[in-house]
Design a protein around this ligand. Structure first.
Ligand code: AMP
Length: 275
């Protein structure tokens, strides 16, 4: 496994790819959710590139950019164990030099759900992914359904801007008790970790309701609210959308996706489930 830090060095490699290349962009502090993407990429490609970059432009000034967990040595060990070919670890100043002026912005679907409380978040995501795709030039990019809106936004961007890289979505990896794995789970206290389970509990309750014939989303949401509030969760949103268009739905139907964002202690957690 080779660690690449400079843009020209990565671009030089990318200009000469002779095998098919799978790419997994991450912000590091890796867990099994990330590794599942690496393993999926390795099934389909001879070369696997993983980037580690805590992208400053997707954080608002009041968010956790400075405290975002980092542990490069541990990440590299994990990636080595998983037969990754190249780790790309660019610096902030190379990615965003002082005269940086260009943004990639996907409209509409970036303004709903997480976009409401994180106004410039997706602009940061689409911009950094565009840069990474131009630098790494992979055949396919592997992303988690954990960030369901991010995946939808990326697919839209790739379609609109004629990227030739295939965008591959991979299922959510959970802790044994159901909590979706996330680097941000490390912020939670022991009590917070217990309370964080309410997202999964609320989603399971919704799933059971649908199995019992309840399809009105208002009814489902009010039950979910009760579960989350009982665990001191502060709800940002609980929404039902069409999984492709992300259009709001009032009634559960095939292709519906339930998404939620909840603050536990000071940590904003997101999760989602197909209904
Ligand atoms: P991050 O490092 O949080 O930016 O995540 C990098 C990639 O890993 C994104 O495509 C995420 O959707 C994906 N990912 C994060 N957590 C999980 C998880 N629990 N299961 C599956 N994919 C995940």
């Amino acid at each position: 496994m080779e660690l690449i830090k400079s843009i020209p060095e990565m671009q030089k490699l990318a200009a000469q790819w002779s095998t098919s290349v799978g790419f997994v962009p991450t912000m590091g502090y890796l867990h099994h959710g990330h590794i599942s993407l690496v393993q999926e990429a390795a099934k389909h490609h001879d070369t696997v590139v993983v980037s580690i970059f805590v992208n400053p432009t997707q954080f608002s000034p009041n968010e956790d950019l400075d405290t975002y967990p980092r542990n490069l040595e541990r990440d590299l060990d994990l990636l080595r164990e998983n037969n990754v070919t190249y780790v790309y670890f660019p610096s902030k100043k190379d990615m965003y030099p002082h005269d940086f002026k260009t943004w990639v912005n996907t409209e509409f679907i970036t303004q709903i759900l997480c976009g409401r409380s994180r106004p410039n978040h997706f602009r940061g995501v689409t911009t950094v992914l565009t840069k990474l795709l131009n630098i790494v030039r992979p055949d396919a990019m592997y992303m988690g359904e954990k960030d369901f809106q991010q995946l939808a936004v990326t697919r839209q961007m790739a379609q609109d801007l004629n990227f030739t890289t295939e965008i591959v979505g991979c299922p959510i990896v959970r802790e044994p008790d159901g909590l979706a794995m996330s680097s941000r789970n490390s912020y939670l206290s022991a009590a917070g970790r217990e309370n964080a389970l309410c997202l999964y509990e609320a989603m399971q309750h919704a799933k059971a309701s649908v199995e019992n014939g309840i399809t009105d989303f208002k009814t489902i949401r009010s039950e979910m609210r009760k579960i989350i509030l009982a665990h001191n969760g502060v709800i940002d949103y609980i929404e039902l959308v069409d999984s492709n268009s992300l259009h709001h739905l009032d009634v559960v139907r095939p292709g519906s996706r339930l998404l939620l964002a909840v603050k536990i202690e000071d940590t904003r957690l997101i999760d989602n489930i197909a209904l």
